[in-house]
Write a protein that binds this ligand. Structure first.
Ligand code: HEM
Length: 347
């Protein structure tokens, strides 16, 4: 019996119809996270440092951030966190901690009790040789959705689940992402188109700091790939047929994304949290779109994603749906008040 992606307590009368085909049976299994009923929102904080190419020490900054995740009372620790890095299109090396909390209150307590807030606000930060960035995404649960291919390995926000769903109905057809959003039952979640985006402004007396204003229904995707457990045949299949296409899809969005409503896209490597080596065979695309429709449009019309989507169907069929490749994505459609981005010293 297939389960609905939207849990019962978030269901309401639909004004926006679903796209699920009649008598639909997904071609491969997909799962979502069931959060506790009392959970109203969640937080993903992305806190990182940016270095010019060739900087000798590009580790000290991120080590400090990691200490704020671990050397603190247990009740305010993030539910999970990991470190990832990417060299951006201008050659700057970025490394960040991605950390999750099960409510905005606990995240706030963490900021204060860990000493992070005082440290972040200190003017000492502005005289460091590298830049800093901090993004805090805090969607209400109806503005968040996640889907994953392997129910034994929840990733990201799904680590805060009370349980994993059974096999889910709303997946593997175009439009299923929208059908999984509780908020999309009666709201088209229209964003602000690329051309009307506002500028950035400096905040108060911290003249070097820039706070990027929030945007209505800003849509963010974190789409992950983990091939660390694949055996040689499947690994070859992934690395030869999907990974290169993924890279060209991500490069298109990174370099020409404005043509399709994408503000920013990078393919990050999840790195070893101690050595910072990118040896884990896990990547994720992190992208920012002006509207959920823009993300839908790219995913169903760009040849790279059409190829990896179609390739994945064949891949799953060939392996009888017994896959060691793990895919997940999580998507945020945020109110302006649910996003905060602060940067300084970035190039
Ligand atoms: C959906 C394959 C990477 C964006 C899907 C689905 C598959 C797939 C099979 C259907 C999932 C489901 O509903 O069960 C892949 C593969 C990837 C990959 C094999 C990499 C190897 C990405 C990346 C992005 C992306 C990096 C964007 C950053 C999307 C979106 C959907 C989707 C937006 C939902 C479409 C909708 O429901 O309307 N992808 N994908 N994918 N993928 Fe990917």
């Amino acid at each position: 019996m297939l389960e609905s992606a939207i849990p019962e307590h978030l269901r309401k009368e639909r004004k926006c119809p679903v796209s699920t085909p009649p008598n639909y049976n997904p071609p491969f299994p997909g799962y979502c996270a069931r959060f506790p009923k009392k959970m109203e929102n969640l937080v993903l904080a992305i806190i990182g440092a940016q270095y010019p190419a060739g900087t000798d020490d590009n580790r000290t900054g991120i080590s400090t951030i990691k200490n704020f995740m671990t050397d603190i009372p247990e009740n305010v620790r993030p539910s999970s966190w990991e470190t990832a890095s990417v060299t951006d299109k201008r050659g700057f090396f970025n490394i960040a901690v991605f950390a999750y909390w099960p409510s905005t209150e606990i995240h706030k307590e963490w900021e204060v009790e860990s000493g992070f807030e005082a440290w972040w606000k200190s003017s000492d930060r502005e005289s460091e040789v590298h830049g800093w960035f901090k993004e805090v995404l805090c969607p209400s649960v109806d503005r968040f959705e996640t889907v994953f291919s392997n129910h034994e390995h929840p990733e990201g926000a799904a680590n805060m689940q009370e349980k994993i769903s059974g096999e889910m109905r709303e997946h593997a057809y175009w439009g299923s992402m929208r059908d999984r959003f509780a908020a999309a039952q009666d709201d088209k979640l229209v964003g602000e188109s690329w051309n009307t985006r506002g500028g950035t402004h400096k905040s108060g007396n911290e003249s070097k700091r820039v706070r990027v204003p929030g945007k209505k229904n800003l849509t963010i995707i974190r789409s992950g790939q983990d091939w660390s457990d694949t055996l040689p045949e499947e690994r070859k299949l992934y690395l030869e047929t999907m990974h290169p296409v993924l890279i060209s899809g991500m490069n298109f969005l990174r370099d020409s994304g404005q043509d399709v409503g994408c503000y920013s896209m990078n393919l990050w490597d999840v790195v070893d949290s101690k050595t910072h080596e990118a040896s884990l065979e896990r990547t994720f695309g992190l992208g920012y779109f002006d509207d959920l429709t823009s993300l839908e449009y790219w995913s169903k019309s760009h040849q790279t994603h059409i190829n990896i989507f179609g390739g994945f169907l064949m891949y799953a069929k060939k392996l009888d749906n017994v896959l060691s490749l793990r895919l997940f994505h999580e998507i945020y459609v945020l109110e302006q008040s649910q996003q905060s981005l602060e940067i300084f010293g970035l190039q």
